[in-house]
Design a binder for this molecule. Sequence first.
Ligand SMILES: Nc1ncnc2c1ncn2[C@@H]1O[C@H](COP(=O)(O)OP(=O)(O)OP(=O)(O)O)[C@@H](O)[C@H]1O
Length: 611
Amino acid sequence: MRPSGIPAHAPLAVTAAPVSGTPPKSDWETLRRLFPYLWIYKWRVIAALAFMVGAKMANVGVPLLLKNLVDAMTLQPGDPAALLVVPAALLLGYGALRLSTSLFTELRELVFAKATEGAARSISLEVFRHLHAMSLRFHLERQTGGMTRDIERGTRGVHSLISYSLYSIIPTLIEVTLVLTLLAVKFDVWFAWITIVALVVYIGFTITVTEWRTQFRKKMNEMDSTAHSRAIDSLLNYETVKYFNNEEFEAQRYDENLERYRRAAVKSQTTLSLLNTGQQLIIASALVTMLWRATQGVVDGRMTLGDLVMVNAFMIQLYIPLNFLGVIYREIKQSLTDLEKMFTLMEREREIADVPGAQPLQLAADGADATVRFEDVTFAYDPARTILHGISFEIPAGKTVAVVGPSGSGKSTLARLLFRFYDVQQGRITVAGQDIKQVTQSSVRSSLGIVPQDTVLFNDTVEYNIAYGRPGATRTEVEAAAKAAHIHAFIAAAPKAYDTMVGERGLKLSGGEKQRVAIARTLLKNPPVMIFDEATSALDSANERAIQAELQSVAQNKTTLVIAHRLSTVVDAHEILVMDAGRIIERGNHAQLLAANGRYASMWALQQSAE
Ligand SMILES: Nc1ncnc2c1ncn2[C@@H]1O[C@H](COP(=O)(O)OP(=O)(O)OP(=O)(O)O)[C@@H](O)[C@H]1O
């Protein structure tokens, strides 16, 4: 048997660091959040730091050798032996030091790549899991485009933060310390002072200007995310845009943000030039002062020519990384901002969470005890508007209860509550006598199957979409489900059969075809409790009758909740609830309700005459 497109669940061996508490407040807090993800690879972190120190020591050794080389040439002009032997040894040493600098640097990258990539992977996976754990309310409110952009930037932030701090800031600090110590010990303490003052002024200037510039960068990000959200929303609504001929309107809305982005970007660029010029000024002043002190030293005979060369080489070596400090500081700040945004997203409270120590729902293997009860359930999406008022009913195991009533009366809300997409404000919902709030959400959901009102499919093959009902199902099982949902013949006749792509959100299929794919995947899941929320509303009468018969045979031994507009589809239900404005106004079986001659009877008469 050929396996279907979806593999069975395989646990991912990723050690996610624990997350707790409130959203990060400062940069240090963000760093503290990131640290545990890296510390999983502590030996690599330590080894990388050691290699870094090695590389910097080798780097600082280079000017020292240069000094000796120059001194050998200038101080012993009359000694041909020394002139031959000493420079040869020094040249070899020079080569070895240069090589070790790059060797240590490469080793550091080699050792650390796994830690960086591992941390980025753990965080990405954790964010993804967290998003799926967030409530339906969160997902209905989110702006997909902007949010994915934030996540993308956050994950990239992990890479840049690690590489900039570990590959730039820390090495520069090590180098500065080594050079300062050397200068202070070997020469006039003035050299160290000039370097320190220049560094302090440089860093102070860079940080102040960069902090000020951050607002433009933030604005750019904001505009970028909003533009992205608008573009995605507009593309998802492609057909609607065309129906209303609103391409130009959409383009203008998009362009509003692009224009704001452009303005912020130009400001960001102009202020960058200001920053760069200021930095160059500070560095050039420091270099000139140092060189002036060094030439004075040579003239006074306190320093050799070699010393002068060495001081100059040190300064140039320091100058190169410092030159990038502004960019690095900004990138680090930027990464921290991006990371903070992602961490804040991760800290958003999960509205619907398992109670501590929640156990899985206990259910007989054949679902024979899967009775569903709504006990005096009151619910509001928004506290200002109660949707369900004290709803009580029971679907005995293996029986079918139908809910009918006008649009907006709260029928689909019953299904959402049973799936625990929201928690009820009053009363409780039980499955097999267990409150669904007290057991794990995943066990409740695995006992339920739904054919929803609006089916949205994954942009993959028909087979993938059906097999989604039970990852790991074989092609034969997928076909059997498709046959039961009366969609097999249609799929088999398509040029690519089960490998046909359904398009984004399944839009390449008709409403009725999508609905049948949804039925097939729920049949494949085969849970003890089924919910059909107007499951056949998109079908023509002939297809509806055929599938109704199939659904009824499937529902035979299952606990079933049927939500329907067409009353002819629910006449066989064990109990029919008539809902209006969030209340059950009538209940009974078809015959009883007709006899009662109330709302149901008049709805029935109306539909019969229409048909
Ligand atoms: N996420 C939500 N936030 C706020 N109000 C909501 C939300 N979802 C639904 N509602 C409101 O709750 C009420 C009941 O919605 P529900 O989907 O349960 O109705 P229904 O009876 O299934 O309607 P229909 O027959 O049209 O599908 C509606 O007035 C709807 O506007």
